[in-house]
Design a protein. Structure first.
Length: 437
């Protein structure tokens, strides 16, 4: 930007200094007052061509006022047919021009101020009847104020032209070139996700004024990644360490002699074990991306129904599978997707009212859904149920991690999950996954 401004100023002063230094050279002497060419606008309306084509003079009020102000004003006008008119007292210096005036296109003569007519101006004007050569003098001249005015006007016009060109062409292109790196940095910043690690804003082609800020943001992102990694390792280690004492406790309760509250204690320890396993699943998902392989949703649905059929029947449900006769292939991690559908079926067993049917249905478009005949999801809770540790009612069983885990798994599979009502009024959770290409 500074270099561009310097170049603009150099061009500006170059265009301004040329006419300033050329003016004394044009004048030819120091004691001169250049004639004012605007006097031609007063002379031309007073000239007309008569019916015979001869040039004639018809004085106008403007011409009369000019003579009153400048008594020595004069002019000679010569047409192409050499017909001419004169006005005022022609000085001797101008008489020599009279015969050769028809061959002159433009001329300006400035003599010493002691001359009877120190300024003489010759110009060619085009009128409706033809071209006319006009020589004039003794009228208004350009004094110091006029010269300053002309220079000021030249400077103003030049400034406007140069700055307009710079503003309309050079500056926008320069700024766009400088901001290309900033646009890429803004795009990268907009893609930052709390669930992704290692994302940094690119520092290439950034303006120096912005580079310091981007480096500070990247350093902050690196510190956040390190803090997240430490937290994830701690939670994973804590959940892993909990599995052994929980398993030991569960085994001791199961092998102990019957005592009051044994079944309730078994249920509580089992729930604690499930929570520990869910915490481990959550940490596995956040630490590493699953490897997506071709996988049949029909096979997955059949495996889930086989695994949970005893639990569903014991709870008072009929667990059924609805699937097409051909395979429905998607890109998936079999282990994590199996856990997701298991969690949906367990959720239906827990909240389905202990009656009716639980249906696992596979669609040819790459969907797998779990529906029940229970009370359904409370109105307004469709999005909150996917939040970690959220439970629809305070008395709900479970820790509130199952659906959050399902949502995380589906997102890692580049799919989506929707919650709605089944045809019988219960809840229906539908996982939609991209089909295998």
């Amino acid at each position: 930007m500074i270099r561009l401004q310097l170049v603009t100023l150099a061009l500006f002063f170059g265009l301004i200094l040329v006419p300033i230094f050329a003016l004394p050279m044009m004048s030819g002497a120091r004691n001169v007052r250049p004639p004012d060419p605007s006097v031609l606008a007063t002379i031309e309306p007073a000239l007309t061509f008569e019916s015979g084509g001869k040039l004639a003079l018809h004085p106008t009020p403007a011409l009369s006022k000019l003579v009153e102000k400048y008594p020595g004003f004069w002019f000679i006008a010569v047409a192409a047919d050499e017909s001419d008119v004169t006005f005022g007292s022609i000085p001797p210096e101008a008489q020599v021009l009279r015969l050769g005036l028809k061959d002159v296109v433009s001329m300006q003569v400035m003599l010493e101020l002691e001359s009877s007519s120190p300024t003489l101006l010759v110009r060619t004007v085009t009128m409706p009847g033809g071209t006319v050569k006009i020589a004039t003098g003794g009228g208004p001249t350009l004094g110091v104020a006029g010269i300053i005015q002309a220079i000021t006007l030249t400077m103003a016009i030049t400034t406007f032209v140069v700055l307009a060109i710079a503003s309309a062409i050079a500056v926008p292109r320069f700024i766009r070139a400088e901001m290309q790196g900033l646009s890429a940095a803004a795009t990268a910043a907009g893609s930052i996700d709390v669930n992704q690690r290692g994302i940094r804003i690119p520092e290439a082609e950034l303006p120096a004024e912005v580079l310091t800020l981007v480096r500070a943001v990247n350093a902050a992102l690196e510190r956040l990644d390190e803090a997240h990694s430490r937290r994830e390792r701690f939670l994973a280690d804590a959940a892993h360490e909990l599995r052994t004492p929980i398993a030991v406790l569960l085994a001791r309760i199961e092998t102990a002699d019957p005592f009051e509250g044994r079944q309730k204690l078994l249920a509580d320890v089992t729930r604690l074990g499930e929570l520990t396993n869910q915490l481990l699943d959550v940490q596995r998902l956040t630490i590493s991306e699953p490897a997506l392989l071709p996988f049949d949703l029909v096979e997955l649905g059949a495996a889930v129904v086989a695994d949970l059929a005893p639990l569903a029947i014991a709870a008072g449900y009929d667990l059924e599978l609805e699937a097409p006769g051909t395979a429905v292939m998607v890109e998936a991690d079999p282990g994590s997707l199996h856990r997701a559908v298991l969690n949906l079926v367990r959720n239906a067993i827990s909240h389905g009212g202990n009656h009716g049917r639980i249906i696992v249905s596979v669609g040819e478009a790459g969907t797998i859904a779990v529906s029940d005949e229970g009370p359904g999801v409370p109105p307004g809770a469709e999005q909150r149920i996917f939040e970690p540790f959220h439970r629809p009612t305070p008395s709900s069983d479970g820790a509130g991690l199952g659906l959050s885990l399902v949502e995380s798994i589906v997102r890692q599979h580049k799919g989506s999950i929707a919650v709605g009502r089944s045809p019988t009024g219960g809840a229906r959770f539908t996982i939609m996954l991209p089909r295998q290409q």
